[in-house]
Design a protein around this ligand. Structure first.
Ligand code: IMP
Ligand code: MG
Length: 194
């Protein structure tokens, strides 16, 4: 990973680890004695989920969900769609959605509505990051890792055009990468899970 592609580190590994542990304590306290279904939204929440669930001393199942979305500032908005699985098994279950970033809030709103239609006993959401836009729009999540400015971030599972997920910290990309695409690519839109 060329370091000149990263403008700056926004959240260090150490701060992430401390906050994930604290979030897990909040979650464990509020679900005490209950069985949980964690529903991570692929692919950006993968590393967050892996760290979070290992700090959670609860009986749980994990049912991944792939949602199509457009990410990045320069893309057109579109309603998120569930790509996987065909059938959810959450009726009567306590569901905790796990996502990387709350931005416009459209993804989370769509997933919440779907899970409620499937008659989950309760639906709550845990996001690693809440962007300023989400805060301004009053978009809600029950457990929030960090509030961040409206900048495009990568690392700790989060990508730009599928790259940079393996960075261990949360970083802001250099604007020139966003203009030209990572490693010389130039695609700004996607419908694959982000
Ligand atoms: P929302 O529906 O606008 O809230 O979109 C949230 C989704 O967009 C997140 O789950 C991410 O997959 C993606 N996203 C939003 N901002 C960023 C970013 O800065 N970096 C990487 N992905 C992002
Ligand atoms: Mg996502």
């Amino acid at each position: 990973m060329a370091t000149q592609e990263i403008q700056r580190v926004l959240v260090s590994r150490r701060r992430i680890a401390r906050r994930v542990q604290a979030l897990a304590s909040e979650i464990a306290a509020s679900y005490r004695g209950r069985e949980l279904v964690m529903v991570p939204l692929l692919t950006g929440s993968m590393i967050f989920l892996a760290d979070l669930m290992r700090c959670l001393p609860l009986k749980m199942r994990v049912d991944v969900l792939a949602v199509s979305s457009y990410a990045g500032q320069m893309t057109r908005s579109r309603e998120p769609r569930i790509l996987y699985p065909k059938k959810l098994q959450v009726a009567g279950k306590h569901v905790l959605i796990v996502d990387d970033i709350l931005d416009s809030g459209r993804t989370l709103a769509a997933v919440r509505a779907i899970l409620r239609r499937q008659r989950a006993a309760s639906v709550r959401a845990c996001v690693l990051l809440r962007k300023h836009t989400a805060l301004r729009l009053g978009m809600r999540a029950d457990f929030i890792g960090f509030d961040i400015p409206d900048e495009f971030v990568v690392g700790y599972g989060m990508d730009y055009n599928h790259f940079y997920r393996n960075l261990p910290e949360i970083a802001v990309l250099h604007p020139s990468v966003i203009a030209t695409g990572p490693h010389g690519g130039n695609s700004h839109s996607r419908i694959a899970p982000s």
